[in-house]
Design a protein around this ligand. Structure first.
Ligand code: SAM
Length: 212
């Protein structure tokens, strides 16, 4: 079930410029419908973001594929995700063989997704808290992916990146953001690449948007 629609999704992503075979393989392997509320399963393999409750969303597959491709990680490397949400992005990274750490600030979402990881047998290190300050205990990370919109690049996340590691993050205002990839060249130097515009829900926390 769903194999055909997953393959069609992969074909669509290829036509939109996703080329990394490992990313495309993971999109083909991971059952996105399992990360959605039952009522929305029917839409799981459309290339669209969908609501997951608590005013949050599961990102569009193209966005997940684009950001994952930008990380340029290899099997066995360590990655930190800020904004666990449905858990789909974390599952894609796990399917590619990464060691995944993920943080979510909304307790209801965190609890549901953590339970789902257990049910699906996914070995993902999940934590409830403010991801803008990172997870220093396990730093440095070969990759950091921020799946919510930030007003700026959090300093804590930059400092928890390994030399040679990449941080992928949407930066801008609350309605639109520019996707950025920062490559940590050495202790003080980061090379920044800017991509096109994306739209995410806000990153709320000490080094993000302040809570109202
Ligand atoms: N990666 C998710 C997925 O695969 O479904 C999509 C994430 S959703 C677009 C953004 C998530 O970031 C929301 O669940 C939101 O609660 C969370 N978030 C916002 N600010 C955060 C913060 N400071 N730390 C951790 N999570 C945060």
């Amino acid at each position: 079930m769903h194999e055909k629609s997953r393959q069609e999704l992969v074909n669509g992503l290829m036509s939109k410029g996703i080329t990394d075979p490992e990313v495309l393989k993971a999109i083909n392997n991971v059952e996105r419908h399992k990360f959605l509320p039952k009522a929305l399963e029917f839409h799981a393999y459309k290339d669209i973001a969908l609501p997951i409750g608590c005013e949050q969303t599961i990102s569009q597959p193209y966005t997940v594929a684009f950001m994952t491709q930008e990380l340029q990680l290899k099997e066995g490397q360590k990655v930190l995700e800020i904004g666990t949400g449905s858990g789909y992005q974390a599952a894609i990274l796990t399917n590619m063989g990464m060691k995944v750490y993920t943080i979510e600030r909304q307790h209801d979402i965190y609890s549901l997704t953590r339970k789902l990881f257990d049910e699906l047998g996914l070995r993902i290190y999940a934590k409830y808290g403010d991801g803008t300050i990172g997870w220093s205990e396990f730093a440095p990370y070969d990759g950091i992916i921020v799946t919510a919109a930030s007003p700026d690049v959090p300093k804590s996340l930059k400092s928890q990146l390994a030399i040679g590691g990449r941080l992928v993050i949407p930066v801008g205002n609350k309605s639109t953001q520019t996707m950025k990839t920062l490559l940590r060249v050495d202790r003080e130097e980061y090379q920044v690449k800017e991509h096109s515009a994306f739209t995410f829900v806000p990153l709320i926390g000490r080094e993000g948007w302040k809570e109202k």
